[in-house]
Design a protein around this ligand. Structure first.
Ligand SMILES: N[C@@H](CCC(=O)N[C@@H](CS)C(=O)NCC(=O)O)C(=O)O
Length: 215
């Protein structure tokens, strides 16, 4: 039995659920109440010693870090969303790192300061917010240009890069990240957000956003 530990407003946790849904995996979704500090309780630390979501328990095999988890699930399922072949795989890893480490980090600074800090009464770090905005403005045109060429980030087929980017951009509206100048990103995103893997995950997303300071 696969258990996914997550939180409705956690982009990395939702990314793992997108992938599990896409792969058609049966799993139990256990919500960890981050606002109540459940991630620091001994029971959860047995699953993930660093006290963060997402984490999985796959028949007693524990794994954390969303990037490692999605690769594990895709590899286990033998899915082409994790490309094979030396050069194809290397290009995919390059794209995944760029999206996760650069686009993701910039977006996360904006989301934290605009969405989570106010909900938790944490002062806004204006330097970090500005940094996020500067880098996102630099990177989004690059992402948009890639998506002008092919329907998915790595070409004609869906890969883990798409699930990763989609989860990163999920909180755009509530974080005031304006995607309207990026027609190709918008088209790609609208397409993916209609698909079952996404709607199944985000049934409760809207409601979770309305709740105070729990994410
Ligand atoms: N690099 C990690 C990030 C995990 C992470 O930061 N999770 C946040 C929620 S989005 C968390 O659990 N925060 C609770 C805490 O740090 O106490 C991944 O991709 O899995």
């Amino acid at each position: 039995m696969l258990t996914i530990y997550g939180s409705d407003l956690s982009s990395p946790a939702n990314k793992v659920r997108f992938v599990a849904n896409h792969l058609g995996l049966k799993y139990e979704y256990k919500k960890v109440d981050l606002g109540a500090g459940e991630q620091k309780k001994p029971e959860f630390l047995k699953v993930n010693p660093v006290g963060k979501v997402p984490a999985i328990d796959d028949d007693g095999f524990m794994l954390y870090e969303s990037g490692a988890i999605i690769k594990y699930l895709a590899e286990k399922a033998g899915s082409s969303i994790l490309p094979k072949g030396l050069k194809e795989r290397a290009s995919f890893e390059q794209d995944l790192d760029f999206i996760t480490l650069h686009v993701g980090m910039a977006a996360q600074k904006i989301v934290f300061n605009r969405v989570f800090a106010p909900r938790r009464n944490i002062p806004i770090d204006t330097m970090s917010l500005q940094d996020g905005e500067t880098f996102l403005k630099r990177f989004l045109p690059i992402v948009d240009a890639r998506l002008a060429k092919t329907p998915y980030y790595c070409g004609n087929a869906l890969t883990l890069v798409d699930f990763t980017l989609l989860s990163i951009l999920d909180p755009s509206e509530m974080a005031g990240i304006d995607l309207s100048p990026y027609a190709n990103i918008t088209k790609w995103r609208n397409n993916l957000r209609q698909q079952d893997f996404y709607t199944k995950c985000h049934k409760e997303y809207g409601d979770a956003l309305k709740q105070p300071a729990k994410a």
